[in-house]
Design a protein. Structure first.
Length: 121
């Protein structure tokens, strides 16, 4: 049920917004952990919804995202949240929002967004 809600939410968003590209954090968790399975299922629902909408997705390692936002690939969640707040001008609601915003900032800074927009022209 939760995976369907996640997939439907992403699909609704892509139907309402003109989304050119998406960025997602790559991850590694021990392959036999329960959290790894839940994470893989959630990522699958998100990626399937984005693929269904024809939206290209770029993955970035966590250290790359942290470095793009804080200048340190070893930054902790608090540092990421502080820099996201400074860069965006508004505090994220929680660490998940901070991480997602940091991935978007990294994607923008890497030129991924500009490349995707040029490809659509």
């Amino acid at each position: 049920m939760r995976l369907n809600i996640l997939h439907s939410g992403i699909t609704d968003l892509t139907d309402r917004q003109d989304i050119e590209t998406a960025a997602i954090e790559s991850w590694y968790v021990h392959p036999v952990s329960r959290s790894a399975m839940a994470m893989a299922e959630a990522r699958g629902a998100i990626l399937a919804a984005l693929a269904g909408a024809g939206i290209p997705v770029t993955e970035y390692p966590p250290t790359t995202i942290k470095k793009a936002v804080t200048s340190s690939g070893r930054a902790d969640k608090g540092q990421v949240r502080t820099m996201v707040t400074a860069l965006v001008g508004q505090a994220p609601e929680n660490d998940h929002v901070a991480d997602a915003t940091a991935a978007a900032i990294c994607h923008f800074a890497s030129g991924g967004l500009a490349r995707a927009i040029r490809a659509q022209r």
